[in-house]
Design a protein. Structure first.
Length: 119
């Protein structure tokens, strides 16, 4: 008797379908609705308990993913878990504030003048 086994690609495809359903449910804003993704992750956790051989070649921590997707903002949960900061806080820290900065001389007409202005 052969038993069905999942691959990561199969799970990623199922997750993409669940995300598409959530996006449609959230009218294009997939950051607010996670109903189908949560249901899919719960099913995978249950499957892992009842038929562990079906997921023996998959090293995905469904419990951690479920914990993230039951949060209000899963992206912030992931960033807090890894970096100890929200996504927005990390973006602010990584913004170098170099807008409008240029070594180039706006009055230079030739390439040589522009290179000389940068030196």
């Amino acid at each position: 008797m052969t038993q069905f086994t999942y691959t990561k690609d199969m799970i990623f495809a199922e997750f993409a379908e669940a995300k598409a359903k959530d996006t449609k449910l959230g009218k294009g804003d997939d950051n607010k609705v996670h109903k189908h993704r949560v249901a899919m992750l719960k099913d995978m956790i249950n499957l892992k308990k009842t038929m562990p051989k079906a997921l023996e070649n998959v090293n995905i921590n469904f419990d951690n993913l479920l914990n993230a997707y039951i949060q209000t903002n899963p992206r912030d949960y992931f960033y807090y878990k890894v970096f100890g900061k929200s996504y927005d806080q990390l973006q602010i820290e990584n913004d170098f504030g170099v807008e409008g900065y240029s070594d180039e001389d706006k009055n230079a007409k030739t390439l040589e003048e522009k290179v000389e202005a940068m030196a």
